[in-house]
Design a protein around this ligand. Structure first.
Ligand SMILES: *[C@@H]1O[C@H](CO)[C@@H](O)[C@H](O)[C@H]1NC(C)=O
Ligand SMILES: *[C@@H]1O[C@H](CO)[C@@H](O)[C@H](O)[C@H]1NC(C)=O
Ligand SMILES: *[C@@H]1O[C@H](CO)[C@@H](O)[C@H](O)[C@H]1NC(C)=O
Ligand SMILES: *[C@@H]1O[C@H](CO)[C@@H](O)[C@H](O)[C@H]1NC(C)=O
Ligand SMILES: *[C@@H]1O[C@H](CO)[C@@H](O)[C@H](O)[C@H]1NC(C)=O
Length: 640
C-alpha cells in the first residue's frame, strides 16, 4: 500500500517535471528507484579529503604517467573499479558524479529546497561559491578514489605490495593542465585521456582494458533525465549520433583542444595578472560588471567543458561535458576540475588579500533558492565537515591542505607569491617555455621571454625610451588588446559557443569553427535547455595580443600602436555564435550580447618572480561599432 502510493507519487512527479522524454518506470523499476533514493537519503558521507598523515601533490596526469609508473597503474585500475561500483552505493563514482547535476536526487540526505524544483543538482555556478564548492567536491571525490586505490594495491601479489602500497601512500588524484604547452609533438588532450584502450601491469600481469579516463560506462543511464543522455550507456565526447550505441569522435576533441590551447594559456595568464578581486575572479556572472576582470575562473572553465563534450550539431547533442547536468560522469571532468582547483590555489597565492565575497544566487541549485545571499560562510552542501551536520564553507577550504593535498608548484618551492609567480610566468607567460607537468624548477628551462629580452637590452629604467620594438610602447610596456564578451547565458536554450576570428573563418559550417586556423579564441557558454527562469549575463575575455603579434611577425602590421591596430581589427575581427543545436545564431538577435575591444599595456615584471602590471583598459569602440553585436558607444562598451 505504502509502496503503491509512493509509486503513484513518483508517476505524478514524472508528469509534472518537464522531462525530455517521459520515461514511465515499471512498478519494479519504480520500487527500485525508491529504494535507491532511500539508500541515498540514509547515507551520511563526511568529506575529509585524502586523509593519511602527509600532504602530497596532485600531479599533472602526464607527469604521473611518465614518472610514477606504479601510481599510474593504480590510477587506471582504481578508476576502473571506482566506476564499476554499484550505482546505489553513496560512495560510488556514479553517486558522487551525480551530486553535480542529474540524477535529480538527494545526496547525503541533504534535501531539496522547497522552491528548487527545476534544479538538476547541487553544483554552484554563476556563483561566488564556485571555487570553494568545487574544491570540497574534488576532495570528496579524491577521498573515495584513494580508498579504491588502497583496495587495488591490496590486489597485487605479496611481493609487489610494498611497492604498490608505497606508491598509494603518497598518491593524489592527478590534474590535466589544458593551458600549458604539451611536450613538442604531443597533443594538448593527452593520449592517455583520449585513447579508448589502455594497457597496464595489473596484479596478474599486463592487461588491456577500456580506458577509464576515456569514458565512464553506466550500469543504467535512465536517471540522466535529459534526452539523449538517458539512452547513452557510456559518456561521450563529440558524439557521432544520438543513438544508444553512439561513440565518441575523439579526434575532434583532440583537434579542438590543440586549436584553443594558446588562447587558454593567455586567458589563464591574464586572469592571474589582471584580476585581483575574489568576487570577479570566482564566477562568470560577476564579470559583466568589471572590465579588467571580465574573465573568471568559471568562465575559463566553461570553455573546457564545451570543448570537451563538443558543440553538437543540428541532429546530434553535445557530449556529457557540454552540459552541467551530466558533465561529472565523464572522467575528463575530474582531471579538469583538479586543474581548476590548482589555478584557484595559484591565484590565491598571487592575491593573498582577497578571498570571499557576497552575491545573490542568480538561480536555484538543489538546495539554494534563487536570490539567497551567498558568501564565504555559506554552507557548501552536501559536503559534511563533521558528523554534527555542519557543512564546509568557502572560508574553511581557503587552505586547501586541510584536505591533505597540494600541487607540484607548491611542493617544489617555498610556495611564496614570488615562487608561484615564477611558475606562472614559465607555464603561461607570453613566452612560456615550460611544458605541462614540468613543474620542478630544475625541469623548467629559464624563460626566453619578451620581458627578459628587453630587460637585458635596457635594464636601467622602464621609463626610458628604448630601442623600438613593434610590440612595445614608448615607456617600455607591452601593448595589450583584449575582447570582452557579454552574453545572456540561458538565452539559447542550451550550451553554446562564441568564436572570435582573425578574418572570416574558412567555412560557415559551425562545427568547423573550433578547428579553424583563423580562430583567435573561444568562449564556451554552459547552459541547459528549458531554463527559462534563468536570466543572467555571462562574461568572458579573449586576449588578442598573441594574434596581433603574429600579424606583426608576418609583416602585415608594423607595430601594435592603437593607430594601426584599430583599423586592422575593424576590418579583421569577426565573431560567430554556434547555437546549442549547432546552427549559427546571429549575434544581433541575442539580447545583451556584446563584444567590446579594449587596449591596455602591461608593464614588464621586474623579475621572473613577479607578474606584469596592466594599465587602465581603454575601450576601442571604433573596432566594433559597425558590427552586429559589437559595442557601439563607450558607455555601451563599459556598461555593467
Ligand atoms: C523542454 O520543454 C519542452 C516543452 O515544455 C518539452 O517538450 C521538452 O521535453 C523539455 N526538454 C527538456 C530537455 O527538458
Ligand atoms: C537552433 O537553436 C536556435 C537558438 O536556440 C534556434 O533559434 C533555432 O530555431 C534552432 N534551430 C533548429 C533547427 O532547431
Ligand atoms: C529547448 O530545447 C528542448 C530540447 O533540448 C526542446 O524540447 C524545447 O522545445 C526547446 N525550447 C524552445 C523554447 O525552443
Ligand atoms: C551595446 O550595443 C550593441 C549593439 O547595439 C548591443 O547588441 C548590446 O546589447 C549593447 N550592450 C549593452 C551592454 O548595452
Ligand atoms: C605606458 O604608456 C601607455 C601609453 O602608451 C600608458 O597607457 C601606460 O599607462 C604607461 N605605463 C606606465 C607604467 O607608465
Amino acid at each position: 500500500m505504502k509502496l503503491l502510493s509512493l509509486v503513484t507519487g513518483l508517476l505524478a512527479a514524472h508528469a509534472v517535471a518537464a522531462t525530455p522524454r517521459v520515461v514511465i518506470p515499471s512498478l519494479e523499476e519504480a520500487a527500485k528507484q525508491i529504494q535507491d533514493r532511500q539508500a541515498k537519503r540514509q547515507s551520511n558521507v563526511i568529506t575529509t579529503g585524502a586523509g593519511g598523515s602527509g600532504i602530497y601533490p596532485r600531479l599533472e596526469v602526464r607527469q604521473m604517467f611518465f614518472n610514477k609508473p606504479n601510481q599510474w597503474t593504480l590510477l587506471i585500475l582504481a578508476m576502473q573499479q571506482f566506476q564499476a561500483q554499484d550505482q546505489n552505493s553513496a560512495t560510488s563514482y556514479h553517486q558522487i558524479a551525480g551530486i553535480h547535476g542529474v540524477p535529480r536526487a538527494n545526496y547525503n540526505g541533504v534535501g531539496q529546497c522547497g522552491t528548487c524544483g527545476d534544479a538538476d543538482g547541487y553544483c554552484t555556478h554563476d556563483s561566488v561559491l564556485f571555487p570553494g564548492w568545487h574544491r570540497a567536491y574534488m576532495a570528496l571525490f579524491e577521498q573515495q578514489f584513494l580508498s579504491v586505490v588502497q583496495q587495488v594495491a591490496g590486489q597485487f601479489p605479496a611481493w609487489q605490495q610494498p611497492a604498490m602500497f608505497g606508491a598509494a601512500s603518497t598518491m593524489r588524484f592527478p590534474f590535466w593542465d589544458w593551458a600549458a604547452a604539451p611536450r613538442p609533438g604531443y597533443p594538448t588532450l593527452p593520449n592517455i585521456v583520449s585513447q579508448k584502450y589502455v594497457t597496464v601491469n595489473g596484479p596478474s600481469g599486463s592487461q588491456t582494458i577500456i580506458n577509464p579516463l576515456f569514458r565512464h560506462d553506466f550500469a543504467d543511464p535512465s536517471g540522466m533525465y535529459y534526452s539523449p543522455f538517458v539512452d547513452w550507456h557510456v559518456t561521450l565526447r563529440y558524439p557521432g549520433s544520438n543513438a544508444w550505441d553512439a561513440s565518441s569522435q575523439e579526434s575532434q576533441a583532440i583537434s579542438a583542444f590543440d586549436n584553443i590551447r594558446t588562447s587558454m594559456q593567455d586567458q589563464v595568464y591574464q586572469l592571474f595578472s589582471t584580476c585581483s578581486d575574489y568576487l570577479h575572479f570566482s564566477n562568470d556572472d560577476a564579470g559583466s560588471s568589471s572590465t579588467s576582470c571580465s574573465n573568471s575562473l568559471e568562465g575559463i572553465h566553461n570553455t573546457i567543458h564545451t570543448t570537451g563534450g563538443g558543440p553538437g550539431s543540428a541532429t546530434v547533442s553535445g557530449g556529457h561535458m557540454t552540459y552541467l547536468a551530466t558533465a561529472a560522469f565523464d572522467p575528463m571532468f575530474w582531471l579538469h576540475h583538479c586543474n581548476v582547483d590548482r589555478i584557484f590555489a595559484m591565484w590565491q597565492s598571487q592575491h593573498p588579500n582577497s578571498y570571499g565575497g557576497s552575491q545573490p544566487a542568480p538561480h536555484d541549485t538543489w538546495t539554494i533558492a534563487q536570490g539567497t545571499n551567498q558568501d564565504e560562510n555559506s554552507p557548501l552542501t552536501p559536503f559534511y565537515k563533521d558528523g554534527n551536520g555542519n557543512f564546509w564553507t568557502t572560508n574553511q577550504v581557503k587552505d586547501w591542505t586541510v584536505f591533505q593535498y597540494t600541487y607540484p608548484e607548491f611542493a617544489d618551492s617555498d610556495g611564496s607569491q614570488g615562487a608561484i609567480a615564477s611558475f606562472i610566468n614559465k607555464l603561461y607567460g607570453p613566452s612560456a617555455t615550460a611544458t605541462a607537468g614540468s613543474s620542478k624548477r630544475t625541469a623548467a628551462p629559464e624563460p626566453r621571454n619578451e620581458w627578459r629580452a628587453r630587460n637585458t637590452a635596457a635594464p636601467a629604467s622602464y621609463n626610458a625610451p628604448r630601442q623600438s620594438s613593434p610590440l612595445v610602447a614608448a615607456n617600455g610596456s607591452l601593448f595589450q588588446y583584449v575582447a570582452n564578451i557579454k552574453t545572456p547565458r540561458y538565452a539559447l536554450n542550451g550550451s553554446y559557443q562564441i568564436y572570435l576570428f582573425n578574418g572570416s573563418p574558412s567555412s560557415e559550417e559551425p562545427t568547423t569553427w573550433i578547428h579553424d586556423e583563423k580562430l583567435i579564441g573561444p568562449m564556451g557558454v554552459l547552459s541547459q535547455a528549458n531554463k527559462t527562469d534563468h536570466d543572467l549575463t555571462a562574461a568572458g575575455s579573449i586576449p588578442l595580443t598573441r594574434t596581433l603579434t603574429s600579424v606583426v611577425r608576418q609583416g602585415l602590421l608594423t607595430a601594435l600602436t592603437e593607430a594601426l591596430v584599430v583599423p586592422y581589427l575593424k576590418s579583421n575581427l569577426m565573431w560567430r555564435v554556434a547555437g546549442p543545436n549547432g546552427t549559427e545564431v546571429d549575434s544581433a538577435t541575442i539580447p545583451g550580447f556584446e563584444v567590446a575591444v579594449f587596449a591596455s599595456t602591461a608593464q614588464p615584471p621586474s623579475s621572473q618572480y613577479d607578474l606584469p602590471k596592466w594599465s587602465e583598459f581603454i575601450p576601442l569602440v571604433d573596432i566594433t561599432v559597425d558590427k552586429a553585436g559589437g559595442a557601439n558607444t563607450i558607455a555601451n562598451a563599459t556598461a555593467t
